[in-house]
Write a protein that binds this ligand. Sequence first.
Ligand SMILES: [Zn+2]
Ligand SMILES: [Zn+2]
Length: 114
Amino acid sequence: MSYGVRKDFYHSKAWKLVRKNVWLKQNLLCNRCKRPVYVDGLSEWIPKGNRRTGIVHHKEYLDNSNVYDDSITLDENNLEGVCKWCHEHLCHNTDMVTRKEYTFDDEGNLIPRE
Ligand SMILES: [Zn+2]
Ligand SMILES: [Zn+2]
């Protein structure tokens, strides 16, 4: 399967389905801090003040060499649902981000800088 440019991956049907499964398995709770998360289409019912944006983290970081590899991108064993705060502070060491090689996109996904 080809996702064209990397950005397309996060909008692919396959990713959205896998991401949803991860959240349903975790009952919409961050795997690190156990707070409820907000996920499009799944947790509108959770009051805004009580939720953080949910991110599905790739334990093996995605980069341009593996973003087309389904066994990395879509394998639930490589995925962890976390809130945006834990994602930035616990899942990714901030060094990596401050080294300016990586950044977060609008949805909080870690992406290599262009
Ligand atoms: Zn969290
Ligand atoms: Zn991540």
